[in-house]
Design a protein around this ligand. Structure first.
Ligand SMILES: C[C@H](O)[C@H](O)[C@@H](O)C(=O)CO
Ligand code: MN
Length: 419
């Protein structure tokens, strides 16, 4: 009770402080409430999925750690997602990879998947008031190799074309069922350890495959194409590079996915937002945290995330931006990993929504550059955390670090009992 009183008092002080700079804290909280983040289901089970022919994780991605409690069944994934979302303010989405289908113990190959394999997900999500997004899965399959949609061999390429076409069909049915577009992401690992004899050849093949895949028009799903710098074992050449997908996205008006772990480490993802918004219809983000490489560390509140969030808000186009998370850490409690990453992303967005942007723009227009820099610096220590605590309180989720106790309890009662 005293705690709640403190939170409310601190909020009132913060509200006044922000108002003095022309910022409306109530409006910022209302805007944050509208931002649904797309949670990646694959943090629950280390990207294993539920195919009954599953092998090791391939495609140049890697999960490290063996913390106990990995979800081993669809029910366990759902239970973990319910637990995680109970500790996160707001209403969010869930992103499924194609390997998470409800295959009922049968072997259903990737070129055979159908909407019926995701029907139970659609119904469950509806019960939870949650919308679904979708991803085709090119990795961890006997036909994955180093080349899928860019493979010169007809048999392999056509298999993956068929898989991806089916994923679009499933996404369309999901979108219809949930009466809200399903955002489908296409990422393939295709590449080569050494420099190929022709870089052009495989990109030409990939362009043709994509044209065939996208030849069917759908109304209830949206296509996103995700580039990458390199995968492990595929260091010299990635067919689906950023230049490739940026070109394809602009030419064909597809959504380009920016995964924050898929660029050179010193490259600013924030700087790309305004350019993409000028030339592509919408943007999809995979918020991740690269450490030395695309290591998919748990997202934390760092400068890169803050910079990106500020650009998203400043662009005035939040309705054209989809924000998903993409990391997988098996070294710590997996539900904790979700909660840390989602709350960090929301905190960054809140700080961006609380930026005294009207005043900063006014200084800029008047060429008051010292004043602009001074306010940018001072804005960093404004009492945004009091607004965040109030946002959590309003959403009836734990304030501050108190969520740790809930996760510890869930671990003791549930995940520690998994074999
Ligand atoms: C599971 C993958 O991480 C995901 O599908 C893809 O988006 C990626 O980022 C691969 O590095
Ligand atoms: Mn990604």
């Amino acid at each position: 009770m005293t705690n709640e009183k403190n939170i409310r008092q601190s909020y009132e002080i913060a509200k006044e402080r922000y108002a003095s700079l022309g910022v409306d804290t109530e409006k910022a909280m209302a805007q944050l409430q509208q931002i649904a983040l797309s949670l990646h289901c694959w943090q629950t089970d280390d990207v294993m999925g539920f195919e009954n022919q599953a092998g090791a994780l391939t495609g140049g991605i890697q999960v490290t750690g063996n913390y106990p409690g990995r979800a081993r069944t669809i029910d366990e994934v759902r239970s973990d997602i319910i637990e995680a979302t109970s500790l996160i303010p707001g209403k969010h989405r869930l992103s499924l990879h194609a390997i998470y289908g409800d295959f009922q113990g049968k072997v259903v190959d990737r070129d055979e998947i159908e909407p019926c394999h995701f029907q139970s997900w659609m119904e469950w999500a509806k019960e939870q008031g949650m919308k679904l997004d979708f991803n085709s899965t090119s990795f961890s399959h006997p036909k994955s190799g180093n080349l899928t949609l860019a493979n010169p061999k007809d048999e392999i390429r056509n298999f993956w074309i068929e898989h991806t076409k089916r994923c679009r069909w499933i996404s369309e049915e999901m979108g219809k069922f949930q009466e809200d577009p399903c955002i489908m992401n296409l990422w393939i690992h295709d590449g080569s350890k050494e420099v190929p004899a022709s870089r052009l050849k495989y990109r030409q093949i990939l362009e043709r495959s994509l044209d065939e895949i996208f030849s069917v028009d759908y109304k209830n799903m949206k296509d996103c194409i995700e580039a990458k710098l390199f995968g492990i074992g595929l260091e010299n050449y990635t067919v689906g590079s950023y230049d490739f997908y940026l070109g394809y996205g602009v030419k064909n008006q597809k959504i380009v996915t920016l995964d924050t772990g898929h660029f050179h480490l010193s490259e600013s993802i924030a700087d790309k937002i305004s350019s993409l918004l000028l030339f592509t219809p919408e943007i999809m983000l995979h918020v991740s945290r690269p450490v030395r490489w695309d290591s998919d560390h748990v997202v934390i509140l760092n400068d890169e995330l803050l910079d990106l969030s500020r650009e998203l808000v400043r662009s005035n186009a939040l309705n054209r931006i989809h924000i998903g998370l993409d990391y997988f850490d098996a070294t710590i409690n997996r539900i904790g990993a979700y909660v840390i990453g989602v709350r960090a992303t929301q905190k960054a967005l809140l700080q961006a929504l609380l930026e005294p942007s009207a005043l900063l723009q006014e200084y800029e227009e008047k060429d008051l550059l010292f004043q602009r820099l001074a306010l940018q610096e001072e804005a960093k220590s404004l009492p945004w955390n009091a607004v965040w605590d109030m946002f959590c309180l309003k959403n009836d989720v734990p304030v501050g670090e108190s969520y740790m106790a809930d996760i510890e309890k869930y671990e003791a009662d549930v995940t520690s009992k998994r074999g």
